[in-house]
Ligand binder design. Structure first.
Ligand code: ZN
Length: 152
């Protein structure tokens, strides 16, 4: 999965490279004075629009939001719900940072087959699909399954 040079999910290496660069650009906007852990994310929408997000921390620690969710919420609020890929960037040398569990669930809401690009500070990357990142993800189909009868 590392450094794919072939098409992934119909995306060329050039497109993926640009998305990784956008994630690193987004990282520069990070508001992370507490953790000192900058994260950036960039989503490629079905319409080939790139939407960036960064982690936004808060003095009330639990209120912060991750870069991935920031980017997704921006995309949704701009009217985009179908994605081709999402790239993530951090500053840790040698680490292909993967999303936290909460972000995986939010990301899964919008499809299981888009490409997740986990990059390093030197812009190298690994790719994985959303379904590989969150197998057996919970979604709306689970809500609509037949249920047992119960009384409260
Ligand atoms: Zn997260």
């Amino acid at each position: 999965m590392e450094h794919k040079n072939n098409d992934c999910n119909n995306l060329t290496p050039e497109v993926i490279k640009k998305l990784v660069e956008s994630a690193h650009e987004a990282k520069k906007m990070s508001h992370s004075p507490y953790s000192k852990f900058r994260v950036g994310a960039a989503i490629l929408t079905e319409e080939d629009k790139v939407i960036k997000g960064c982690n936004v921390e808060n003095a009330s620690y639990t209120l912060g939001v991750c870069a991935e969710r920031c980017a997704i919420f921006k995309a949704i609020s701009d009217g985009h719900k179908k994605f081709k890929a999402l790239a993530i960037a951090c500053d840790v040398i040698g680490l292909n940072l993967a999303p936290c569990g909460a972000c995986r669930q939010i990301m899964h809401e919008f499809g299981g087959d888009y490409l997740i690009v986990l990059s390093q500070p030197d812009f190298t990357y690994k790719t994985i699909t959303m379904n590989e990142l969150l197998p057996f993800g919970f979604d709306d189909s689970d809500l609509n399954r037949e249920k047992i009868n119960y009384t409260n």
